[in-house]
Design a protein around this ligand. Structure first.
Ligand code: NAD
Length: 259
């Protein structure tokens, strides 16, 4: 492990190999761009959105994998190719709405398949690959909805509480193999994930997107949503050698939402 003070911070990921899921949009795309800009040699990018992935146009060597993180067969094929993996951003996720008493089992499974099963399959393959080399680090994208109970987003919040705990357990298990695992719990971030909500889409039709985001941000002390780039910067700090003593931590980045 190199001391960060001896490195050019802008080249923190020089020569590194990293995996990013949900890389076609929002936080995952910002992580992929930042890793490439900071010198990563190769990125494995996983997403269901082929068009979004090809639009990224990164400087480093890129291998795109089109498919769902919840599909075990995808990992059976990808895992043997992850030789020498240094870092993983376990990030793909989808939103959901509706109170627990109204939820169907299929809606519950739809969310868990991506947000929980997908995170497990991603982290399992990443940790196996890192264990086979000299170790590495992973950051999982959780959410403040997994920290503070927010009514109406049951399966989403529950899946995010689960992946935050997954990071802590994986940190305990990975330490002996020089693997660090952390999570980030963002509050509102201005990304496409909000478009999947019916209430959001209705509000956008009535008031416009900017006004809708601004109104939602009023429940946050900072009065604003974060950008994907802000969240990616915090994730890359924990992922990098600058975070070399940080493991099993869930970093809340929410403009004060959970206070
Ligand atoms: P986004 O919709 O912009 O990006 C999510 C990406 O995941 C998309 O490219 C999508 O195609 C991909 N994806 C969805 N299902 C997939 C699957 N089965 N397999 C592979 N890829 C899949 O949203 P985002 O806000 O950037 O979301 C990234 C992560 O951040 C998610 O885990 C989300 O839950 C989390 N998060 C977002 C917010 C927010 O306010 N935007 C807040 C807290 C946490």
């Amino acid at each position: 492990m190199t001391n960060i003070s001896n490195q050019d911070f802008n080249r923190t990921f020089e020569g590194r190999i990293a995996l990013v899921t949900g890389a076609a949009s929002g936080i995952g795309a910002a992580c992929a761009r930042a890793l490439s800009k900071r010198g990563a040699a190769k990125l494995f990018l996983v997403d269901v959105d082929e068009e979004g992935l090809s639009a990224l146009n990164l400087e480093c060597d890129v291998e795109t994998i089109i498919g769902s993180v919840g599909d075990e067969a995808l990992w059976d094929v990808l895992e043997p190719r992850l030789t020498g993996l240094d870092h993983a951003i376990v990030n793909a996720g989808i939103g959901s709405g509706g109170p627990i008493s109204d939820l169907t089992m299929s809606e519950w499974r739809r969310i868990m398949d991506v947000n929980l099963d997908g995170a497990f399959l991603t982290l399992r393959s990443a940790m196996r690959a890192m264990k086979a080399s000299d170790g590495g680090s992973a950051v999982i994208t959780a959410s403040t909805t997994g920290v503070k109970p927010v009514p109406g987003v049951g399966p989403y919040g529950i899946s995010k509480a689960a992946v935050a705990h997954m990071a802590r357990i994986a940190a305990m298990e990975g330490a002996k193999d020089n693997i660090r695992v952390n999570a980030i719990a963002p509050g509102g971030v201005d990304t496409a994930i909000w478009e999947s909500g019916d209430d959001f889409r209705r509000a956008v039709e009535r008031f416009g997107r900017d006004a809708t985001i601004q109104k939602m941000a009023q429940t946050t002390p900072s009065g604003r949503f974060a950008s994907s780039e802000e969240i990616a910067d915090s994730m890359l700090f924990m992922l990098s050698d600058a975070g070399s003593n940080i493991t099993g931590h869930v970093l809340v980045s929410d403009g004060g939402f959970t206070l």
